[in-house]
Design a protein around this ligand. Structure first.
Ligand SMILES: *Cc1c(COP(=O)(O)O)cnc(C)c1O
Length: 227
């Protein structure tokens, strides 16, 4: 077995353990393999080990890999910061975008989504730890942005994404993830229908699953350290 295949197996085992420990169903948690900085052949290896959903942070790097991996049935997720001049390439090539935090970007993605493709699936990135330097919409502005985006024709607003401030303490990790879940639940009480919580990375995905993550975004634990 290759290193990537055995890493994937270990991650899946840990996901199963966390899911059953929190009384959830395995079907409710989807694994995204975060492949930024890794070459197309690394993704191919993960694909051969059964992985289908891949997440990328940089548009040009992703387009190059898509071209190299055209023969594979990959679902592509965009999770990086979005510049206005990159929205067309994102709208035309991805199934999901997890990092929307401004209406203007969402409007461009909706306008530029090709008519023959299904709606682009969207998560709003929330600055859940209120870090000054971090991207993401502030918690108290999420609701207004969510309503505006929910009206755009070629997008499907699916849920929320966050990268809480890193911590080694599981209780602290869970607090950040719980805040995102509570925010999602509040929006649903106010009439939206958001089922996705994109949260949890290599160092904290068990805590995220315990707090309701439906998508975990894992890079290092699958592909190794980025250089
Ligand atoms: C790089 C990245 C990840 C994966 O992080 P790891 O710690 O390598 O698992 C997840 N989400 C986002 C938004 C990222 O940029």
């Amino acid at each position: 077995m290759t290193t990537i295949a055995s890493n994937l197996q270990a991650v899946r085992t840990e996901i199963k353990r966390s899911v059953s420990q929190s009384g959830r169903r395995l079907d409710d948690v989807q694994l995204l393999a975060v492949s930024k900085t890794f070459v197309a052949n690394a993704l191919r290896e993960a694909y051969q080990a059964g992985q289908r959903d891949f997440a990328e942070n940089y548009v040009q790097e992703a387009l190059d890999k898509m071209a190299a991996l055209q023969d594979l049935a990959i679902t592509w997720h965009f999770i990086g910061p979005i510049q206005s001049n990159k929205t067309r390439a994102i709208a035309e090539n991805f199934a999901w975008v997890h990092s929307v935090d401004r209406l203007k970007i969402a409007e461009r993605l909706s306008e530029q989504r090709p008519a023959n493709m299904p709606p682009l699936q969207i998560c709003l990135q929330v600055n859940i730890s209120n870090e000054k330097s971090k991207s993401g919409v502030a918690s108290n502005e999420v609701e207004e942005l969510a309503y505006a985006i929910a009206k755009l024709p070629n997008l499907k607003l699916c849920g929320l994404m966050a990268i809480p401030a890193p911590s080694d303490d599981v209780a602290t990790q869970r607090t950040g993830f719980a805040r995102l879940r509570q925010l999602r639940d509040k929006l649903n009480l106010h009439g939206l229908q958001l089922d996705t919580l994109s949260m949890g990375m290599s160092h904290d995905f068990s805590a995220a699953i315990a707090e309701g993550a439906t998508m975990v975004r894992i890079g290092t634990a699958i592909f190794g350290n980025r250089t």
